[in-house]
Structure formats: structure tokens, C-alpha cells
Design a protein around this ligand. Structure first.
Ligand SMILES: *Cc1c(COP(=O)(O)O)cnc(C)c1O
Length: 428
């Protein structure tokens, strides 16, 4: 078998989502009702989510079966995804480390996001929902949900953060091509959007604001529900097919990872990669280094506080215990729009708080250098978000060179950057 590209057969595609909740070092602090500050009951969420999604959000089952229609759709869009060895990058760095990446950018949407979008659209369609409303940062999530809604016959309304809406016009076209409606957020379509625009007409927008708008649309329309592309337990649960596949692929070439890396916006692609490895680490059976990489300009894990906060800006979501920069924090405009989020998944936050996951932050300039290096050594234009993981992989590989250590480094290439080409402008 080739050791530069490790494939899995279709029948090896995971049949279960792997649930981290029963394996966590302690239970998660319960989400709180935004008004009463009491723990919410799962039924409180029924206005915005379908029952199966709520069940998965709190489930303590170790493995949750993937419905056949979902698994078939994932296979149809190209799963299982390949694990590549970054031979060109290794050679350029002259490192003794072996660098692998899981390529989540090869499906029609170009990122890891459809892994959960497909599952969520399916559960909503099965429960008779007609329309899904959502927010999107750089546009990958909006694209993925529009695609998944199209697959299962749902309508889709997307609120896209203004900064990215203006920076990445290709995403708008793509989302509309899948038949979804797209609005720049803050928009005039919601009371909350109109209020924000009245106060700050020039705001670049934020994921927090766009989430508030999408939730408003869901709660004010009976057959419309809301769908979130990151942060929540069920989203990270769906993404664990990435880590399950990676584990099988590494085993096939008799590799054991030393370092596992993912960029973090809300934590879903990192969680998807590392969750299937966490239990062995907690049980002392393996000493994986688990690394979350964020932009210096939006440093939730490295500079935020671990406390209860809202998931959105208007304060409509439940309060969650997480690392946060404060729900009113508006991150500066960044090319990595998918990483412009004030909070972090409660599961990733707990693991970071316990020292199981460690966080790194890099400035945009260093991230762009790493992205260009990747383009020139691997021939792949990476998403600006994923380029944070590349930057970290390079830093770890250079440390291996200094110490003459032959570590195995695995990072998640969460998406391609073909619709983010402005990031690369100027060649460099
Ligand atoms: C959305 C997105 C991210 C950030 O979200 P996570 O939930 O932290 O994974 C990272 N990379 C890409 C390509 C994305 O689309």
C-alpha cells in the first residue's frame, strides 16, 4: 500500500457517530435558560431544533448509529476522505517528522461542514420541517446547509456575516446555485438585524449577530427550524467520522500519531478529528498531543475566560459554560471568517480547561505564509481557516528538526481555499 495516500473503501465508512460525552473527565455544566438562568430542559429547545437532534445533544450513548440515508449521502459526496502524507512540505522543511493531513476539502462544498449538515437536514426533513434558517461566517457552513437541504427537499435561509459577504462573493453564488436564500447580516429581514443596523450602520457583522437573526426567523415561523454548524455537542458528534476514518487509515500504515492538530472557530473540525483519540489519552494508553489553533485576533481559548456566556450576540441562545471573549466581542475582519467566533464548543472548552487539549494562536501574516508554503509544496490552495492548522504543523515539524525527533504529525485540512483567493492576493 502507498504511504503517501491512504484510502478507505466505502464499506469502511463509519456506521456510528462517536459520542465523547460519556468519556469526558467530568460531566458538562448544563446549558442555562437565558431568562431564568436555570438549567434548560431539552423540550425548551424544541422551538428551534428537531427532537432527534436534541436527543443527540444530551445523549450519553457511546455510539449513535448513522441512518442509512445519511451514510449513503456522505458516500455520494466522496466519503471516506483520503489521508495524505505531506511529502513536499516535509522535504521543504527538512524535518525528520512525518506530516499527514486529512483532506476534508474534496467534497462538492469544499469543507468538513457537510458532515453535520447532511445529518441535520435529514433529521429535520424526517420530522416534517419545511425550512432551515442558519448563519454563516466565511460561507462554508451556508454552502453545506444549502447543499444538504437541496438533498432532502428543504428550503434554506442563510444569514452571512457582512464582512465575508462582501469579501467572498463566490460563496453567495454557490449558495444560491443550491437554491437557498442568502442575506448579508445584519439584515433588514429581522427585528434584531434592523436594531443593529440602526445603531452601527457600518458594522462588519459577526457570527454572534447572524446567529441571533437566524434564530429569530426560526422562532417566529412554525415550520422553520434553526441549524448550527459548530459549537454544539451534536455537531461535533457528527464530525467524529473524520477522526474514526483517520484512526483506521493510520492503523493501515502502522502509524501512531504523536500530534493531532485542528484549527478552531467553534471547535467542530478539531473535535471531529480528535474525539476518537481522547479516551486513550485520558486512560494513559497513549500520549497524544492535541492542539487547537486559533487566530491571534480572535483568541477564545488562549485569552478568553472559562465561564457561562451566550452563544449569540442578542442573548437568545442558552448560556453555555465555555471559553469566551464575551458575546458582545466583535472580532476584527479576517480572511478566516470561519474562525471569527467569540466562544468555543463546551466539550473542547472542558478538555482545554483540563489540559487535555492545548491551544496555540497565530497572527494572520504567519498563517498566510504557511498557506503559501503549502500551495507551493503540496499544490493545494488551503482555506484560510485550515491554514492555521498548517502553520501549527510547520511549527511542530520545525521543532522536531531542532530536537531531531521523528514525530508523526496529523492535521485536519478542514477545507480548500478556492473561494477565498483574495487571501492569497499578491503572490508573495
Ligand atoms: C467553519 C470552518 C472552520 C471553523 O469551524 P470549526 O467548527 O471550528 O471547525 C474551519 N475550517 C473551515 C474550512 C470551515 O469551513
Amino acid at each position: 500500500m502507498s504511504k503517501t495516500k491512504v484510502m478507505l473503501d466505502e464499506n469502511e465508512a463509519p456506521k456510528y457517530f462517536y459520542n465523547i460525552l460519556p468519556d469526558l473527565p467530568e460531566g458538562l455544566s448544563p446549558p442555562l435558560n437565558p431568562k431564568t438562568k436555570e438549567p434548560i430542559s431539552p423540550t425548551d429547545l424544541e422551538a428551534i431544533f428537531p427532537k432527534e437532534v436534541i436527543r443527540q445533544e444530551v445523549s450519553l450513548e457511546k455510539r449513535i448509529p448513522i441512518p442509512e440515508e445519511v451514510r449513503d449521502t456522505l458516500i455520494r459526496m466522496g466519503r471516506p476522505t483520503p489521508l495524505f502524507r505531506a511529502v513536499g512540505l516535509e522535504k521543504h522543511l527538512k524535518t525528520p517528522a512525518r506530516i499527514y493531513f486529512k483532506h476534508e476539502g474534496l467534497n462538492p462544498c469544499g469543507s468538513h461542514k457537510p458532515n453535520t449538515a447532511v445529518a441535520q437536514a435529514y433529521y429535520n426533513a424526517k420530522e416534517g420541517v419545511e425550512t432551515l434558517a442558519t448563519e454563516t461566517g466565511a460561507g462554508q457552513w451556508g454552502t453545506a446547509l444549502a447543499y444538504a437541504c437541496m438533498m432532502f427537499g428543504l428550503k434554506c435561509k442563510v444569514f452571512m456575516v457582512r464582512n465575508s459577504f462582501e469579501q467572498k462573493p463566490g460563496r453567495k453564488i454557490m449558495i444560491e446555485s443550491y437554491g437557498a436564500e442568502i442575506n448579508s447580516s445584519p439584515s433588514m429581514k429581522t427585528a434584531y438585524g434592523r436594531a443593529v443596523l440602526a445603531k452601527s450602520p457600518d458594522t462588519p457583522g459577526s457570527l454572534g449577530i447572524a446567529i441571533s437573526e437566524a434564530i429569530e426567523v426560526a422562532v417566529s415561523n412554525p415550520r422553520t427550524k434553526y441549524s448550527l454548524g459548530s459549537v454544539l455537542n451534536h455537531v461535533l458528534l457528527h464530525q467524529t467520522i473524520i477522526g474514526q476514518e483517520a484512526k483506521m487509515q493510520l492503523a493501515k500504515i502502522e502509524e501512531k500519531p504523536d500530534v493531532l492538530i485542528g484549527c478552531v472557530g467553534g471547535g467542530s473540525n478539531l473535535g471531529g478529528l480528535i474525539f476518537p483519540f481522547v479516551k486513550e489519552k485520558l486512560d494513559g494508553k497513549a500520549d497524544y498531543e492535541l492542539v487547537a489553533v486559533e487566530p491571534s485576533a480572535c483568541p477564545s481559548l488562549t485569552k478568553g475566560e472559562y465561564r457561562y456566556d451566550f452563544g449569540d450576540t442578542a442573548g437568545m441562545t442558552p448560556l453555555m459554560k465555555m471559553y469566551t471573549l464575551g458575546c458582545e466581542f466583535i472580532p476584527p475582519p479576517l480572511h478566516a471568517g470561519g474562525l471569527r467566533y467569540h466562544g468555543m464548543a463546551p466539550t473542547i472548552s472542558l478538555l482545554a480547561h483540563k489540559g487535555v487539549v492545548k491551544a496555540e494562536a497565530y497572527p494572520e501574516k504567519e498563517v498566510l505564509e504557511a498557506a503559501r508554503l503549502f500551495a507551493r509544496t503540496e499544490g493545494i490552495i488551503p482555506a484560510p481557516e485550515s491554514s492555521h492548522a498548517i502553520r501549527s504543523a510547520v511549527v511542530h515539524a520545525l521543532e522536531c528538526k531542532r530536537k531531531n525527533e521523528a514525530k508523526t504529525i496529523v492535521f485536519n485540512l478542514s477545507g480548500h481555499g478556492l473561494l477565498d483567493l483574495n487571501f492569497f492576493k499578491g503572490g508573495g
